[in-house]
Design a binder for this molecule. Structure first.
Ligand code: SF4
Ligand code: SF4
Length: 87
């Protein structure tokens, strides 16, 4: 399972870009399964939301089916996402 450390999140939103790319093969972060929820005024991430099912524009996370790895983990600039076998 994906495990999140919001205190390490820089707010770069690269995770949203790569996740959107996974689903659309284009620049479409709005469909991302992952979404950092930020307090921009104080520069902190409150939580990192994972959509497990389709919701609005967001696609449910399919754990990067067909990719060589988990793109959000691979590209996260803050090491704020890790994989854990525990659930
Ligand atoms: S594992 Fe893949 S599909 Fe799931 S949130 Fe991360 S980038 Fe998106
Ligand atoms: S890529 Fe990592 S550091 Fe950047 S917004 Fe997403 S979770 Fe935060």
């Amino acid at each position: 399972m994906l495990v999140f450390y919001p205190e390490k999140c820089t707010g770069c939103r690269i995770c949203m870009i790569v996740c959107g790319f996974h689903f659309t093969r284009s620049l479409c972060p709005s469909v991302s399964s992952i979404e950092p929820v930020r307090f921009e005024s104080i520069g902190e991430t409150a939580t990192i939301k994972l959509y497990k099912e389709d919701e609005g524009k967001h696609r449910g996370c399919d754990l990067c089916e067909g990719e060589k790895g988990y793109l959000c983990i691979e590209f996260c600039s803050g090491n704020a996402i890790v994989w854990s076998e525990k659930n």
